[in-house]
Design a protein around this ligand. Structure first.
Ligand code: DON
Length: 306
């Protein structure tokens, strides 16, 4: 992004802020219904180290499915290509919590970002790591440079109490042979993973290794290979927004990932990572204003990968 990136972000924020928000809070996780629906923040981290944020960019929110990119990164780091026998790399064209295609594809989720795929990634991590819950948390603490980052018990418990669809998904995949561990253990880890909280600045910082060829920005440490980073970015572009992935590529033109907490992270390889948060979601479960802001930013900066 050119040198007036702060102006581009500020103008986009001011343009989108007054727009009427047609979205709705994700109330199926009761704890998420308590969030102030008018929050709106954005933060950009450039790989040259510059960064800029505006609005509620320093207020924490539940990152939810955005964490699925981090659990995939950990699985890819330790197991490489072997994971792709358990999950596919195709857009699903279905809602994030759909059971539909599991029957057709014999328990192989279409991609690692729909709930079924992320649940299988949790199962893989439990099998291969000594203590997946702790090791995943350590991995994210390191990436985010937040040493005291923790799972949110309030959010995890809230989802554990009401996550019937995820329970159904996990048991259904188990019945089809693609969950190796106890479904209750897999689900506990999945709900914990989704409960992480960060602000926009922290999310854009945490994900900058994917814009930086697989290396952490703050200390240059290699997290994954540059080829693995490219593949994860490709998956974010094609599958990061469920059945709205095509529209995000069409309107924004960047790899990205959304969460039902109203956060979105998107990145331009070798250039920047941007995180936006606005809790009200469109009918596809993606932040209404977050999508609009990113569309405005890439339209005005002409920074789309296409
Ligand atoms: O499993 C769930 O329903 C949530 N923990 C995560 C869903 C989510 O963030 C989907 N994103 N748009």
């Amino acid at each position: 992004m050119n040198s007036d990136y702060t102006q581009i972000i500020e103008n986009a924020y001011k343009f989108v802020k007054p727009i009427k928000n047609h979205g709705k809070l994700a109330t199926y996780i009761p704890e998420l219904a308590n969030v102030n629906p008018d929050k709106f923040g954005v933060h950009i981290t450039k790989i040259d180290g510059n960064n800029f944020g505006i609005g509620d960019h320093l207020e924490k929110f539940s990152i939810q499915s955005i964490a699925k990119v981090l659990s995939l990164s950990l699985a890819v780091k330790f197991l490489g290509e072997r994971i792709w026998t358990r999950i596919d790399v195709e857009p699903s064209g279905t809602k994030f919590d759909s059971l539909l295609l599991l029957e057709t594809y014999k328990g192989i989720p279409r991609n690692p970002f729909i709930n079924s795929g992320a649940i299988v990634i949790c199962d893989i991590l439990i099998t291969h790591l000594e203590n997946a819950r702790e090791e995943f948390l350590e991995f994210v603490r390191d990436l985010s440079d937040i040493p005291d980052l923790n799972y949110s018990d309030d959010i995890a418990d809230s989802e554990k109490a009401t996550g019937y669809r995820n329970v159904a998904l996990c048991n259904f995949i188990k019945s089809l042979g693609n969950i190796k561990n106890d479904p209750a253990e897999v689900l506990d880890f999945y709900f914990d993973m989704c409960s992480l909280e960060m602000n926009c600045e922290q999310v854009s910082h945490t994900f900058s290794f994917l814009a930086n060829g697989g290396r952490k920005l703050s200390d240059g440490k290699r997290i994954i290979t540059s080829s693995q980073a490219k593949r994860i970015n490709a998956l974010m572009l094609t599958c990061g927004f469920y059945d709205e992935s095509g529209e995000f590529a069409f309107k924004v033109g960047l790899p990205g990932k959304s969460g039902v907490g109203g956060g979105i992270v998107a990145l331009y390889p070798n250039n920047f990572t941007i995180a936006v948060w606005s809790p009200k979601l469109n009918p596809n479960g993606n932040s209404f204003k977050g999508m609009k802001l990113l569309e405005t930013v890439t339209t005005h900066s002409e920074m789309s990968i296409f």
